[in-house]
Ligand binder design. Structure first.
Ligand SMILES: Cc1ncc(COP(=O)(O)O)c(C=O)c1O
Length: 464
C-alpha cells in the first residue's frame, strides 16, 4: 500500500462517524487512494474535498445518486447548482442524445445556438445581446474585460466572499486573502486592481468610489455570497444600481447560479433591478459544460467586427473551441424551454422551503443551536461558530455579519457530511445545497430522518 493510501486508512480521529463511513464506502476509499497518486489532493474540484475522502459516484437519476459501493443518496450537490431540473431530466437527455448523433462539433455556426440565445434574450430582462462561453469563469473573465474596454478604467469592485470563478481577478477575498493580497500565482498588479468591500454595505461602496475614481465595474452574486449564504437586503441591489449609474461604472450581476433558479429571468427579474451585464452558466446549459455573457447591446458590441471597423477601434478578441457547441446548445435549449414553460423555479423553491422547515424542526427537537436557512431553491446550515443561543425556526441571517455566517468549523462540517452520507444524504461543504424539481416529499422526509440520525451521531461523537 502507498504512503498516501496508508494515510487515508488511518482514522483522522477515533471517530465512530468516520468508522461508519469507512465501513459503508470501501470502494470509494480505494479509488480515493488511487486518485491521490494522480491528482493534487486526489481531486478535480476544490469543493469536492471531504476528509478522509469523498464518495465515488457511478450513476445519478432524478434526486438520487448511487456510489460505487451500491449505496444511494438523496443528492443536494445538484451538479454544483446546475441541476434545478434534477439528474437526467427526460427532455434534456433526449436533446443531448439527438445532438450527439448529429455530431459534437461542426466548427460552424448552427441554428441551435440561435434558439438558445433567443431563449436567454426572452427570459433575462437585460439581455439585449449574448455571447456564449464554455464556463462561468470564462463569462466573468469576459465581463471584466468588456467593462475595462468600455470605460477605459482599470479597477473592479467585488464583495468579500462572493465567488465568480477562479480566474486571476476573482481569486482574493473569497476563501481567504480578505485584505486583497494576491493568492499564489496572481500578479500584485492584478490583485491590486480589485477593490474588496464588505458584502451588503452600500456605505463601504460609496467610500470606495470616493477613494477610487477609476472603477470600471461592480460585480456581485445578486442574492449574496455563496448562493445566499451571506444574504443582503434587496435594497442593496437598487442602491448599487444608483451608485454605479451615477459614476458611469458598469453593474455586473453574476447570475451563474441565480440565473433560472431564483426566477425564470434570474435575480434581476425577481428584484426588478437591471444590470448592464449578466454572466450565466450551470442551469443555462442544462447540466453540461457551458456559459454565456449577456447584456446591453452597446457593451457586447465591443466584440463585434463591424462595429470595431465602424468606430475605427480594435475589438475584444474572443475564441473558445467549445463555445455554443451543438451538444451544449441542445441541452441549454431543452433546459430553458422547461424553465420558460413550466413552474419549475417555483416548484424547486417550494420544495426547498419544506426542506428548510423540516430541518429546523429536527434541529429544535434535538436541541441543537443550529439553523437551516436560505431562499429560493437553496438551503444553508448555520453551525453557529460563536456558540450563540438561537432558535432554528426564528433564525434570520440578516442579523449576522459575513464572518459569522461564512466562518466554518471544518471538522464539524466534515463529520456532519459523513454522518449524512452514512444515512443516505449528500450535502455540499457550505454546508447545504440546492433542491431540484425532482426532489419530492419522500426525499425531504428521508433527509429529515437522516439529519436527525446524523445529529445523534455527532452528539455521541462529542462534536456538538
Ligand atoms: C456565482 C458563480 N460564478 C461563477 C462561477 C464559475 O462557474 P464555472 O464553474 O462554470 O467556471 C460559479 C461556480 O460555481 C459560481 O457559483
Amino acid at each position: 500500500m502507498s504512503g498516501i493510501a496508508e494515510a487515508l486508512k488511518r482514522p483522522l480521529t477515533n471517530s465512530p462517524v468516520v468508522a461508519a463511513y469507512r465501513e459503508k464506502t470501501p470502494t470509494s476509499e480505494r479509488l480515493a487512494a488511487e486518485a491521490h497518486t494522480l491528482f493534487p489532493s486526489g481531486l478535480t474540484h476544490d469543493s469536492r474535498r471531504l476528509a478522509p475522502y469523498g464518495i465515488y459516484v457511478e450513476k445519478a437519476e432524478g434526486s438520487r445518486k448511487w456510489d460505487v459501493d451500491g449505496n444511494d443518496y438523496v443528492d443536494y450537490f445538484g451538479g454544483h447548482g446546475a441541476l434545478i431540473l434534477g439528474h437526467g431530466h427526460a427532455e434534456i437527455r433526449a436533446a443531448v442524445h439527438a445532438a450527439l448523433d448529429g455530431g459534437t462539433h461542426f466548427g460552424s455556426s448552427h441554428e441551435m445556438e440561435i434558439r438558445w440565445a433567443r431563449l436567454i434574450a426572452r427570459l433575462v430582462p437585460s439581455a439585449e445581446k449574448v455571447r456564449f462561453t464554455a464556463s462561468g469563469t470564462e463569462a466573468t473573465h469576459m465581463a471584466v474585460r468588456i467593462a475595462r474596454a468600455f470605460t477605459g478604467r482599470p479597477r473592479i469592485l467585488r464583495f468579500l466572499g462572493h465567488f465568480h470563478g477562479w480566474h486571476d481577478h476573482m481569486a482574493s477575498g473569497v476563501h481567504g486573502h480578505f485584505d486583497g493580497s494576491p493568492t499564489p500565482g496572481v500578479l500584485d498588479e492584478v490583485a491590486g486592481a480589485v477593490v474588496l468591500c464588505p458584502p451588503g454595505d452600500i456605505d463601504a461602496v460609496e467610500n470606495a468610489f470616493q477613494m477610487h475614481g477609476d472603477i470600471a465595474a461592480v460585480i456581485l452574486e445578486p442574492i449574496g455570497s455563496q448562493t445566499g449564504q451571506v444574504p443582503h437586503l434587496p435594497g442593496f441591489l437598487s442602491g448599487l444600481r444608483k451608485v454605479t449609474r451615477a459614476r458611469g461604472t458598469l453593474l455586473i450581476f453574476d447570475e451563474v447560479v441565480t440565473g433560472f433558479c431564483v426566477s425564470r429571468g434570474g435575480a434581476q427579474a425577481h428584484y426588478g433591478v437591471m444590470p448592464d451585464l449578466t454572466t450565466l452558466a450551470k442551469v443555462v446549459s442544462g447540466g453540461v459544460p457551458g456559459g454565456a455573457i449577456a447584456g446591453r447591446a452597446d457593451l457586447l458590441e465591443l466584440l463585434d467586427f463591424e462595429a470595431a471597423a465602424r468606430h475605427g477601434r480594435a475589438k475584444i478578441g474572443h475564441q473558445g473551441t467549445y463555445n455554443a457547441n451543438p451538444v451544449t446548445a441542445a441541452a441549454g435549449v431543452a433546459a430553458l424551454t422547461v424553465i420558460a414553460e413550466t413552474d419549475a423555479c417555483e416548484r424547486a423553491s417550494r420544495s426547498a422551503e419544506s426542506l428548510r422547515n423540516a430541518l429546523n424542526t429536527v434541529i429544535e427537537d434535538a436541541n441543537v443551536q443550529w439553523a437551516a436557512y436560505g431562499e429560493f431553491s437553496v438551503f444553508h446550515i448555520f453551525t453557529n461558530p460563536r456558540g450563540r443561543v438561537i432558535r432554528a425556526g426564528e433564525f434570520d441571517p440578516l442579523d449576522y455579519d459575513f464572518e459569522e455566517l461564512a466562518l466554518k468549523p471544518k471538522e464539524t462540517i466534515d463529520k456532519l457530511r459523513l454522518a449524512l452520507l452514512v444515512n443516505g444524504v449528500d450535502v455540499t461543504g457550505w454546508p447545504g445545497g440546492t433542491v431540484s424539481i425532482a426532489h419530492g416529499e419522500a426525499d425531504i422526509s428521508r433527509t429529515a430522518e437522516a439529519f436527525s440520525r446524523a445529529l445523534h451521531m455527532l452528539r455521541q461523537d462529542g462534536e456538538i
